[in-house]
Write a new protein. Structure first.
Length: 48
């Protein structure tokens, strides 16, 4: 599960690293959602 979420973020590491390319509002929302899910997953693992 965590790997699928991390893979969703992988394109952002390359596509938006340098000036010129910008994420759309929808892309940003999807990235934030993935990050929130990753955070929840990791917090649950740390607490068990």
């Amino acid at each position: 599960m965590i790997y699928d979420l991390l893979r969703r973020l992988e394109p952002y590491a390359v596509n938006f690293r340098y000036p010129g390319e910008e994420a759309t509002k929808r892309e940003a929302q999807l990235a934030i959602k993935a990050i929130q899910e990753i955070r929840s997953f990791l917090r649950a693992k740390l607490l068990t």
